[in-house]
Design a protein around this ligand. Structure first.
Ligand code: GAP
Length: 449
């Protein structure tokens, strides 16, 4: 709990909206602080019943758009624990480090490259220590006997699974370059500067693509095509382009493996600046070459049209699931109305909303109404993720569903028993329509699909 409060205080300074989102997340079951009943574990979070639905909606949309809808893509699901040799070869053990400084007075730690003055503590103005390099990789040990344990690492990026499996995928599929491999899953980083809720955490989820191209191809054009295709994904999930900024990273600031990177930055409510949401990088043949050298296994591709052999180059679009979820909540969160009419609404696109339709009898204690409503609920639930909500007065129930972003609310009233019709309320306009029960499925197919 202490860590949770500490984070909230840090955010209060910047923007009240962020604080409201964090509070809604815990109150309604999107995101909880990690290890909560033991006082929390800094910068770790657990996703609740609504958070996991929203996360899954993001991941399913991503997988469909980037993997299943494209003929030139396949997917894998690699392991989290990997041999130290993978990370030695990739250069992460040597290079995946941040410069750490510590305040001699308050002992707060900072990333030296993020400070304006690397001599003075930004919190208490105390003197800072000399810079030390700090590895971001989480080390772990395999084996029960302490002296005989093997060192392994939790993956610092999902990308390396893809490089390591490049030949396996090639040999077990009929894909020809150019083609890509997509993957989503957890990654782990021992970050020095964490915070801003789920923006920068120790454990997070990535969705990554390694797109393999010939060294002779026009990589800049392929790079630009990916940037445009990714903009289409922002539209698909409901992120406004006006809140995006494509930042061309300067040569000196590029990651050790990259020749060109665009950070796709987003205007999060916790910051005055745009912050990295997603990125596209040109990783050249760096990773496959490194793995070929270290493993002794060929990473070459034989092009049977040109009859040439080469190590493919790579364009890498990369996405953080948690940051995408935070961006969606930031974009969707609104407060409307005054006094008793005041409401909080999450204006999520229906494809992202945790529940698509709430169903209820007007009065929870009227058996005949409940019976009819249950029947409708059971039918709609076969097609869409629906929620049963019969507690309290109907006005309160509307507000409650607005707050978690449910786009439609179906109410069975006394007239329904006579006219076989129900009221459907729209979350955004709050308008209500009378729809015949037999037409409900068609109605929602048009609205939701
Ligand atoms: N394979 C390339 C790579 O990992 P990155 O920019 O370090 O590149 C990719 O990470 C994405 O992963 C970021 O754009 C961000 O969305 C997400 N990400 C990185 N570190 C994170 C952290 N500590 N917490 C939450 N998300 C993170």
């Amino acid at each position: 709990m202490l860590f949770w409060l500490y984070n909230l205080n840090a955010m209060k300074k910047e923007d009240g909206k962020m604080e409201k989102i964090v509070s809604l997340c815990k109150r309604r079951g999107f995101v909880y602080p990690g290890s909560d009943i033991y006082g929390g574990l800094a910068n770790t979070y657990d996703y609740g019943p609504l958070g996991v639905e929203l996360k899954n909606n993001i991941k399913h949309a991503w997988w469909k758009y980037f993997v299943q809808d494209r003929e030139d893509m396949v997917g894998i699901d690699g392991g989290i624990i990997s041999s130290a040799k993978v990370w030695e070869a990739s250069g992460h053990i040597k290079n995946f480090k941040d410069p750490l400084v510590e305040c001699k007075e308050c002992h707060h730690r900072f990333r030296a490259d993020k400070l304006k003055d690397i001599k003075k503590c930004p919190d208490c103005k105390g003197e800072l220590t000399e810079e030390k390099q700090f590895s971001l990789l989480f080390k772990t040990f395999i084996g029960p006997v302490e002296n005989d344990q093997q060192i392994a690492y939790l993956r610092g990026e999902t990308a390396q699974n893809i490089f390591v499996n490049f030949k396996n995928v090639l040999n077990s599929n009929n894909k020809k370059v150019p083609f890509g491999i997509g993957q989503m899953g957890k990654a782990f980083r021992n970050e020095i500067t964490t915070g801003n809720f789920i923006f920068r955490t120790l454990e997070f989820e990535q969705m990554e693509i390694e797109y393999f191209i010939s060294p002779d191809s026009d990589w800049n054009k392929i790079f630009e095509d990916w940037v445009n295709y990714i903009h289409g994904f922002a539209d698909l999930i409901g992120l406004n382009k006006n809140n995006f900024y494509d930042d061309e990273i300067k040569k000196d600031d590029l990651a050790f493996y990259s020749k060109r990177t665009i950070d796709m930055e987003y205007k999060f409510p916790f910051s005055e600046e745009y912050e990295e949401l997603w990125a596209v990088a040109y990783r050249t043949d760096y990773d496959l070459t490194q793995h070929q050298k270290a493993s002794g296994q060929s990473m070459e591709y034989f092009d049977d049209t040109t009859k040439t052999k080469y190590i493919p180059h790579v364009i890498e679009p990369t996405f953080g699931v948690d940051r995408t979820l935070l961006a969606l909540l930031s974009e969707a969160y609104c407060e409307e109305g005054e006094g008793d009419d005041k409401r909080i609404v999450l204006k999520l696109k229906p494809n992202m909303a945790p529940y698509k339709i709430a169903v209820a009898p007007l009065l929870g204690n009227k058996e005949k109404l409940a019976e009819k409503a249950r029947e409708i609920y059971g039918n709609l639930k076969k097609k869409w993720n629906c929620v049963w909500d019969d507690r309290g007065n109907i006005g309160k129930r509307y507000r409650s569903q607005d707050e978690i972003g449910t786009p439609y609310f179906v109410v069975v009233d006394f007239d329904s028993l006579e006219d076989e019709a129900v009221t459907v309320r729209d979350r955004d306009t709050t308008k209500q329509e009378r729809i015949k029960i037999e037409d409900l499925e068609k109605y929602f197919e048009e609205k939701l699909n």
